[in-house]
Write a protein that binds this ligand. Structure first.
Ligand code: OXD
Length: 306
């Protein structure tokens, strides 16, 4: 049996190198190389062609190359008996937390404004004690970010669908907790998984519950955000601005109003990019676990969708 590497929009070479370095004898097929679908029992994937997995009768596991699995879950053609796993990686968590910290500091100290203004124009700035960080989504990445902000002296709140306790963090949950959480947040960070329940959650109604001048950071998925609502809320001054790393359409189309909006900062989905060398050991561990019929690590709950 063989492993299928299937990520048509990503350069597979560095993944092949890392997998082969880990196990030089690995039987690896890189899509779309010619192969026998019956020979595949484990697929490592990012943005596979929808519906393709139903042609693999012996497939047992689909392993996401990243932390997110929405690219798999949105495919109605995933066979029922196949297990899905995601990546949980310290490097990914560290990259995400330090990226969010950089955006928060950039916002507090007006760094982009000064770099771009090309004039001697000091602005008042925010200090740590002025900022209340609110993290939506308290999974592995959300907890790591909360931890970094706590260590750096920030007040931190967190919201999740189901109640969670994290030392030092004011935690809120469910519909009821959302209003209190938002009222207590001046920088809102979205780290939610994308599910039917969280799609479009960053909308006008939610923004209105934030204090005036709040700032948005979206490093989760573009589909969380109602783009027009954000534009209206920054234009009417309720939100002071936004940093967006993820978009409904990626790459963000050239004519999109976010590119030129003075209060919207764009980065090209680089908050935390999977490092193949760092995650290949866990992908392979799960492969061997599958072979030995052992419980897989980082298994996705099909009910919850993450
Ligand atoms: C991920 C991503 O989910 O890169 O890993 O967005």
């Amino acid at each position: 049996m063989s492993i299928l590497l299937i990520s048509p929009q990503r350069d597979p070479r560095v993944w092949v190198e890392s997998l082969k370095r880990f196990d030089p004898d690995l039987d690896l097929v890189v899509y779309p190389e010619e192969h026998d679908p019956e020979e595949i029992d484990y697929a490592i994937t990012w943005n596979h062609p929808p519906g393709i997995f139903k042609y693999y009768p012996n497939l047992k596991v689909i392993a996401s190359m990243g932390a997110g699995v929405d690219h798999i879950m949105k495919d109605p053609g995933i066979p029922d008996n196949v297990k899905i796993t995601r990546v949980v990686d310290e490097q990914l968590s560290e990259d995400m937390s330090t990226f969010i910290m950089a955006l928060v500091l950039e916002h507090m100290r007006n760094i982009s404004f000064h770099h771009c203004s090309k004039s001697w124009e000091p602005r008042t700035y925010l200090r740590t004690g002025d900022v209340k960080i609110g993290i939506m989504g308290l999974g592995v990445l959300g907890k790591a970010a909360a931890d970094l902000f706590l260590k750096s002296g920030f007040e931190v709140s967190g919201w999740s669908a189901n109640s969670k306790k994290i030392k030092g963090v004011h935690t809120y949950s469910g519909e009821k907790g959302l209003e209190m959480f938002l009222a207590n947040t001046s920088v809102l960070v979205c780290l939610l998984p994308l599910t039917p329940q969280t799609e479009n959650i960053l909308n006008r109604e939610l923004f209105e519950k934030l204090p005036r001048n709040a700032y948005l950071i979206n490093v989760a998925r573009g589909q969380h955000l109602v783009e027009q609502d954000l534009l209206e809320m920054v234009d009417n001054g309720h939100l002071s601005g936004a940093s967006l790393d993820v978009f409904r359409t990626e790459p963000l189309p050239e004519e999109h109003p976010f590119w030129t909006h003075p209060k919207v900062s764009i980065t090209p989905h680089i908050a935390s990019v999977t490092h193949p060398g760092s995650v290949v050991p866990q992908l392979m561990e799960n492969y061997y676990r599958m072979k030995q019929k052992k419980k897989l690590k980082n298994l996705v709950s099909l009910k919850k969708g993450y």
